[in-house]
Design a protein around this ligand. Structure first.
Ligand code: SGN
Ligand code: CA
Length: 533
């Protein structure tokens, strides 16, 4: 054996399978929840500086036209894992569990020798398949002292701040559980910056003192588009809650006779109820001051002033949560650098969708207008992707599964619907003229009507259906703020015709022939009757 071992090792190193195994890259998929690209300095420096997230773009490629197929949490995650549009993987909305008979890319990687782990938010209503290890938040999860569902220890509660905890779990896994003999695929999935925007205690003082530039369309009156934009319940002034979101104390609301929006006070109480006494004292120190200032200012505020005040409060808290995401991404990158794990690791930073930061007067997502249709995406892989690149290619969350399988040298199942981004990222031929979008979750919170659409670099052709039946055509070059529907403008007659033809072709290509999908409405009404929604 003493003599045999070196021979075996030499033979093994010459065997193509072994050497290929050795070269297979690690994959680290970092995804935040509701992280708008406007809130990443690699895209836009006006709101916040995110030096650590930006490191990934500097080391690799930044996509300026990345988008999702259905701008809402669990459906986006299902599309990422399956490489299929919502109508085929079945996860059209947030309400019902993911169908675990779907084949996901982590299952395929694991079966092909990858070590796999997931930490953070999944939001599927069930546990992920294909993972050697996972610790996931139940449902949306909580910012403070969160519970986790774990593969090996059952349900646990961890004290502290969620973004730090998810990172600790991720680093612990890299240090203690990662096998040196296998490539790994790690999903590091933040809850932040999802609503209700509770930042880490250490950022409270700094982040609640700032003032932010307003977007040009903060006071959009929705007159240039068809009915769904106006009907949506996403306007900061009229739908963002005073207590639950903006942290106006219920007692302050009572003293000023401010009516509740939604389950305003109950949501606030639920959030604060999770804090331990020292966390609570820290929040109160800061929010006492804000409440005192607000009490003085409120009586003379116009409706416009209220909108402006709520926008600033929203930005302080939302961006506050991103400070911890950026710091923690930095901790992970530092560890990878220090342990020589950068070179052959594909690192992705993205979000499950974009988010409105006051554009069109909105918060939340769901619509196909740019800020929520597009999503941040940057990828580094030093051995293969030249640093400092920018791409405006029409890439989507639909493409991840095939990209990762391609990088690992594994053929993708024929029924996956995306396109590997490896050729595009490594300077080879890649093309796509248009992408397809379909949003379903209606009637539901925020009341964004169902719609499907085709998007090219120049245009969007959108069909709102269900409670509306309207078409919109947006000229992305002439109208980048997306304020004007030109569907009925005779100057666009021939473009409209072409886009209709292309949209029908895309629906055939992606096998989407339904508008009312998958019994959603019946399930929704049943749940509503049972008081579940
Ligand atoms: C919660 C939020 C909504 C948000 C959905 C979906 N309301 O219900 O504002 O749109 O999640 O978000 S809250 O009052 O509970 O905060 S997603 O990212 O999971 O799709
Ligand atoms: Ca989300």
């Amino acid at each position: 054996m003493k003599f045999l071992l070196p021979i075996l090792l030499v033979c093994a190193s010459l065997s193509p399978v072994f050497s290929q195994t050795n070269k297979r890259p690690n994959i680290i998929f970092i995804m935040s929840d509701d992280h708008a690209y406007q809130a990443i300095s690699a895209y836009d420096k006006r709101l916040i500086s995110t030096p650590n997230i930006d490191r990934i773009a500097k080391n690799g490629i930044l996509f300026t036209n990345a988008s999702v197929t259905n701008s809402i949490c669990a459906p986006s995650r299902a599309t990422i894992l399956t490489g299929k549009h919502s109508h085929l993987n079945g996860k059209v909305d947030n309400h019902f569990p993911f169908d675990t008979t779907n084949i996901t890319f982590p299952q395929i990687l694991k079966a092909n020798g990858y070590q796999t782990a997931m930490f953070g938010k999944l939001h599927f209503g069930n546990s992920p398949k294909g993972f050697d290890q996972f610790k996931i938040l139940p449902d949306q999860g909580n910012y403070y002292n969160p519970d986790f569902i774990t593969k090996k220890e059952g349900n646990i509660k961890v004290n502290g701040y969620v973004t730090d905890i998810i990172t600790d779990m991720t680093l612990d896994w890299l240090k203690q559980e990662r096998s040196a003999n296998k490539p790994f695929m790690l999903m590091y999935l933040h809850k932040a910056p999802h609503r209700s925007w509770l930042m880490a205690e250490r950022h409270l003082d700094e982040m609640t003192q700032k003032n932010y530039p307003e977007p040009k369309t903060l006071f959009d009156d929705y007159s240039g588009r068809t009915a769904p934009a106006k009907e949506a319940e996403m306007n900061i002034l009229t739908s963002m809650s005073w207590a639950g979101d903006n942290k106006v104390y219920p007692a302050t609301m009572d003293s000023l006779k401010i009516p509740e929006i939604g389950f305003d006070k109950r949501r606030f109480a639920a959030e604060m109820g999770r804090l331990n006494p020292s966390q609570k004292a820290n929040f109160e120190r800061v929010y006492d001051r804000i409440n005192a200032e607000f009490k003085k200012a409120y009586p003379s505020m116009t409706e416009q002033d209220k909108m402006r005040w709520k926008f600033q409060r929203y930005m302080q808290d939302y961006l506050g949560t991103i400070r911890a995401v950026d710091e923690n991404v930095g901790r992970l990158l530092d560890y990878l650098e220090a342990n020589k794990l950068m070179e052959n690791t594909i690192i992705v930073y993205t979000s499950d969708q974009g988010f409105y930061l006051g554009e069109h007067g909105w918060f939340d997502k769901r619509f196909i207008y740019d800020e929520s249709f597009k999503t941040p995406l940057m990828v580094s892989w030093p051995k293969h992707i030249k640093p400092g690149q920018k791409s405006d290619a029409l890439v989507q969350n639909l493409d991840f599964a095939q990209t990762f399988l391609d990088a690992a040298g594994i053929p993708a199942p024929k029924d996956m619907q995306g396109q590997s981004l490896i050729p595009l990222m490594t300077g080879k031929a890649w093309s796509r003229d248009a992408v397809y979008y379909h949003y379903y979750e209606y009637p539901a919170e925020h009341m964004v009507n169902r719609h499907y659409a085709i998007v090219t670099k120049k245009y969007k052709l959108i069909h709102y259906y269900f409670s509306a039946d309207t078409w919109e055509l947006i000229d992305r070059e002439k109208d980048p703020l997306e304020l004007k529907n030109v569907y009925n403008d005779p100057a666009y007659a021939s473009i409209r015709k072409t886009l209709h033809r292309q949209l029908e072709a895309l629906r055939v290509k992606y096998k989407d022939n339904s508008t009312i999908s998958n019994g959603y409405i019946d399930r929704f009404l049943n749940d509503a009757a049972d008081g579940k929604v």
